[in-house]
Ligand binder design. Structure first.
Ligand code: FAS
Ligand code: PHB
Length: 389
């Protein structure tokens, strides 16, 4: 089989790129390790920057997002029983859209299927060949049959555990990593959200986050030990712990109910450089990971896709390699700003083992500074709504 752009990974990065390329008549094939239902069953991001909303509009996939997404003009930060609001719109004139990654990915699959998108699901043994030449190809197996995909370019959209990053020689790539000493236990429940906006909570017992998907579907997280397993936590234990970490007057109004999804995500900051090797381009989690505190994971994948899409269009429409030659540099410049914000916000809101009394005082002073200082709130707002592409 031959295509112009071979895309490894059928998550949001791969699908968004494939659909955008389709709008410009550029052919692609998406190779996905799992089934579509498995991909759609993963509960992940919930907050979209306006840049990602604009890309979904450009891809012709934003109708349901605009109909069902919830615009948020600010967020709440709590520490102990104190709570204050950071107003995104007051400081930046922008807002974010609360709309689950699952829904976004579903919208992209629907658009690709309606426009004849080419997929291979349940692919195994994906192997990238000759990426550093003008004739790269991918070998893979489907249902026991060996197949080959020849292409001009390969987009590695296969996430942190994918094959693409590993295909870049070790003497070419440099990796940067910070692993956090805790995880996030997340619960989805068919209950009304405790607040109509998000609450990021710092408490002596650990971080908590109150989020949502719609007016009767709430998403909650509590910081947990890396040794915890979801089954270690009954629903009752989860709700009681969450109530201890948010202000009393919010805990009193919390509507609890059975969890319909419960999972634990480890937290890490990770970047690999460069994000290009020959005609292989890394996008999204294949190249970088952020702790979800700043809601930057999916949104930084989007800016990668934006830069790569522009570069590929420049190549096919204007025979120019300027866009693809500057892809890695441009993408990394924004990636590192997202890494900084996510690390800063995670350092501010979580409890760390062996935190000294002084460390705790610094955390409270930083939160107090954010509460009381307009420029500190503007800085947070600018990063949260998304820095320019
Ligand atoms: P993805 O990992 O989503 O998709 C990669 C795809 O490639 C997968 O479908 C995988 O099956 C496939 N694949 C892997 N190896 C392959 C191979 N060899 N061949 C073919 N296909 C292969 N971000 C937020 O902003 N907020 C959050 O709350 C949040 N929560 C998260 C929770 C978890 C558990 C994880 C892991 C991530 C979370 N993220 C969150 C980040 C997440 O949203 C990612 O940023 C987003 O999924 C990135 O999308 P992709 O780059 O497409 O990678
Ligand atoms: C979510 O709703 O899943 C969510 C929202 C904001 C975050 C992380 C996760 O920072």
């Amino acid at each position: 089989m031959k295509t112009q752009v071979a895309i490894i990974g059928g998550g949001p990065s791969g699908l968004l790129l494939s659909q955008l390329l389709h709008t410009r008549g550029i052919d692609s094939v998406v190779l996905e390790r799992k089934t579509k239902d498995y991909v759609l069953g993963r509960i992940r991001a919930g907050v979209l920057e306006q840049g990602l909303v604009a890309l979904m509009e450009k891809a012709g996939c934003a109708d349901r997002l605009h109909a069902e997404g919830i615009p948020h003009e600010g967020t709440w930060i709590s520490y102990g029983d104190e709570m204050f609001r950071v107003d995104f719109t007051e400081h930046t004139g922008k807002l974010v859209m609360v709309y689950g990654q699952t829904e976004l990915t579903s919208d992209l699959y629907k658009a690709r299927e309606e426009s004849g998108g080419k997929f291979e699901f349940n692919v195994e043994d994906v192997a990238i060949h000759s990426a550093d030449t003008d004739a790269p190809h991918i070998d893979y197996i489907v249902a026991g049959e060996a197949r080959r995909l020849d292409c001009d370019f390969i987009a590695g959209c296969d996430g942190f555990h994918g094959v693409s990053r590993q295909s870049i020689p070790l003497d070419v790539r440099k990796e940067y990593e910070k692993v956090y000493p805790f995880g996030w236990l997340g619960v989805l429940s068919e209950t009304p959200p405790v607040n109509h906006e998000l609450i990021y909570a710092n408490s002596p017992r650990g971080f908590a986050l109150c989020s949502m998907r719609n007016e009767n579907l709430s998403r909650y997280y509590i910081q947990c030990s890396l040794s915890d397993k979801p089954d270690d936590w009954t629903d009752e234990a989860f709700w009681q712990e969450l109530k201890r970490r948010i202000p009393v007057y919010q805990a009193e109004t919390l509507v609890m109910g059975p969890s319909i999804e419960k999972s634990i995500a480890p937290l890490r900051s990770f970047v690999t450089e460069p994000m290009r090797w020959g005609n292989l381009f890394l996008c999204g989690d294949a190249a970088h990971i952020v702790p979800p505190t700043g809601a930057k994971g999916l949104n930084t994948a989007a800016s990668d896709v934006n830069y790569l899409f522009d570069g590929l269009c420049d190549f096919y429409e204007n025979a120019s390699t300027d866009g693809i030659d500057t892809y890695s540099e441009k993408a990394l410049a924004r990636v590192w700003k997202a890494e900084r914000f996510s690390w800063w916000f995670s350092s501010l809101m979580h409890t760390y083992p062996n935190q000294s009394e002084f460390d705790l005082k610094m955390q409270v002073a930083e939160i107090e500074y954010l509460r009381s200082c307009t420029s500190a709130q503007r800085s947070m707002a600018e990063n949260y709504v998304g820095l320019p592409y």
